[in-house]
Design a protein around this ligand. Structure first.
Ligand code: RAM
Length: 527
């Protein structure tokens, strides 16, 4: 079951003022920096880069160029940034006898510049495309664009001046904006050059997604999603360690709930806190996992006491989707996300995520001194069902109800620790034999969980190799930050029908930032 837009306009939300007040207290300070180092570049073909495009420096000075109708320049700010763009514009030649008309395009990766927005035919709103058409009546002027963009490259095209005068551009700059505090960053030196690169790009990805909440991606959707938050929080503990930002995000989800207590899959923070009318079964459960991870990293009884009731409600609602035998029943009205692979069968994943969440929730109950008998029984029931009905002795793998065998199912079952450790190892070894090289897994998000499952199953060198083959490949293709979607066997794949709308800085790619220190501590060099 794929999910596109959910419209649940009749759903009512209630606001928990006390929780929202606390979320406000945890609001981060914003940091600003000016970035004014850039090169002029041109777009060139290079089959080794994403979609066959890269840039090369052209050694010219921007302020010496007199731009006429049809001329364009591309500025390369040397790395990905999130912020506000400005430049100084003046006219040369005869008097300015007509308005200046320009187009600006902001790109995270060079290939975005090869598309025209008029060709866009994806299913997500084209308003996300980072492009502006601007008239300027009077020159000279300092032009500051009011919108925030996520980009490394800016293309400026003169759509018209007049035959009498030309445009000269100088002093282009970005005022970056974000909440990541580079002073608290626990920089890690790793005794493996590839892993070091993978880690560093992960940190940059996380950094550029830290705003007044953890955004999924600063180009698009620019909002707080629970599944993304779970990974960002884990990576954050190993890098910036801005715990208040995690707390803020959890209190926000907790503070705006459906009247039955269910939390939304994502939130908007502007113009005020608004819960989206989109609900994902796995994302709601990840409220439990994210709270559990937070308390493991930084235990605080007050946070537990505030958020436990919300975690409990998510668990209780989810249990309504489990039948008498302990089998999770998928519902189209409350879909699982798992990955952007549209053909994925997700029933085994759902069962495993329930089991994992039950384990974490039982631990929360212990910390709260709450009775967890019912949840222990359910854990037992659901685990037995998984072993008795979903695990095939013959295949040595978990099998979906329709007979499909996929890597996502094996991954989540390993993470849920349904099998003994030795069997988990065999399961992942079998998976490597039967299901690798992986096909049709569309996101770094799912790749992260597969990597983690390899580590959890004790297949460390396989996990490292797998991580390198995926994340290093993105870097080799030109990534400064990790992408929302990346299918190595089909690098142009976009879940939305057109790569133009894809996000090329998407926080759920930052998992190596927590996977490397967690599973390879011996590679960390302590200074
Ligand atoms: C997309 C975003 C987001 C993700 C959801 C499920 O809209 O990329 O990051 O969590 O899908």
């Amino acid at each position: 079951m794929a999910f596109t837009f959910q419209k649940n306009e009749d759903i009512q939300f209630c606001h928990d003022i006390e929780l929202l007040k606390k979320a406000e207290v945890f609001k981060p300070l914003m940091h600003y920096e000016i970035k004014d180092e850039y090169n002029l570049v041109s777009l060139i073909e290079d089959p080794s880069k994403l979609e066959g495009w890269t840039t090369k420096d052209i050694y010219e000075h921007l302020q010496e160029k007199q731009l006429k109708k049809g001329n364009s320049v591309i500025l390369d700010f040397e790395n990905h940034h999130v912020g506000y763009f400005s430049m100084y514009l003046e006219s040369v030649g005869s008097p300015m006898d007509a308005p200046l008309y320009i187009r600006l395009r902001f790109a995270q990766v060079p290939c975005e510049l090869k598309y025209e927005s008029s060709q866009y035919n994806g299913w997500l709103a084209s308003g996300w495309i980072q492009e502006e058409f601007i008239h300027v009546d009077e020159l000279p002027c300092d032009l500051t664009l009011p919108r925030r963009y996520a980009f490394r490259y800016v293309e400026i095209t003169v759509l018209d001046t007049s035959p009498k005068w030309q445009l000269v551009i100088s002093n282009p700059q970005i005022k970056t904006k974000g909440s990541a505090n580079l002073n608290t960053l626990k920089n890690k030196s790793i005794a493996d050059a590839d892993l070091q690169k993978i880690y560093d790009v992960g940190v940059k990805t996380l950094q550029d997604c830290m705003s007044d909440v953890f955004e999924d991606g600063p180009k698009r959707d620019r909002r707080l999603w629970l599944g993304d938050l779970k990974m960002q929080a884990l990576a954050n503990y190993e890098s910036f360690d801005q715990v208040d930002l995690v707390k803020r995000c959890l209190y926000l989800f907790a503070g705006v709930r459906q009247t039955n207590g269910r939390i939304s899959a994502n939130l908007f923070t502007k113009p005020r806190i608004i819960a989206d009318d989109t609900f994902l079964f796995d994302y709601s459960l990840f409220f439990i996992g994210t709270l559990y991870d937070l308390l493991k990293a930084h235990y605080e009884q007050e946070v537990l006491a505030d958020l436990f009731p919300i975690a409990k409600t998510q668990m209780d609602i989810s249990l309504e989707y489990v039948n008498e035998e302990g089998c999770f029943i998928e519902s189209e009205a409350y879909p699982l996300f798992i990955d952007w692979n549209e053909d994925l069968q997700k029933d085994v994943c759902g069962q495993a995520i329930m089991i994992l969440s039950l384990r974490q929730f039982i631990e929360l109950c212990t910390w709260m001194n709450e009775d967890s008998t019912r949840y222990k029984e359910m854990l037992e029931k659901m685990s037995s069902y998984a072993l008795g009905h979903l695990y095939s002795q013959e295949e040595g793998l978990f099998v979906c109800k329709d007979g499909n065998i996929n890597i996502a199912s094996q991954t989540w079952m390993v993470l849920a620790h349904v099998l003994e450790d030795a069997q988990n190892k065999e399961l992942m070894q079998k998976s490597i034999k039967k299901l690798f090289p992986i096909k049709n897994v569309a996101t770094p998000y799912m790749y992260s969980y597969i990597t983690e499952a390899l580590f959890e199953a004790g297949l460390k060198s396989e996990a490292i190799q797998f991580m390198k083959s995926y994340w290093k490949k993105m870097i080799d293709l030109g990534a400064d930050t990790y992408w929302e979607a990346f299918m190595p066997e089909n690098p142009s794949f976009s879940p939305y029908g057109h790569p133009m709308i894809s996000s090329y800085c998407h926080a759920w790619g930052c998992a190596p930032v927590y996977l490397i220190p967690k599973y390879c501590p011996e590679l960390l060099i302590h200074s």
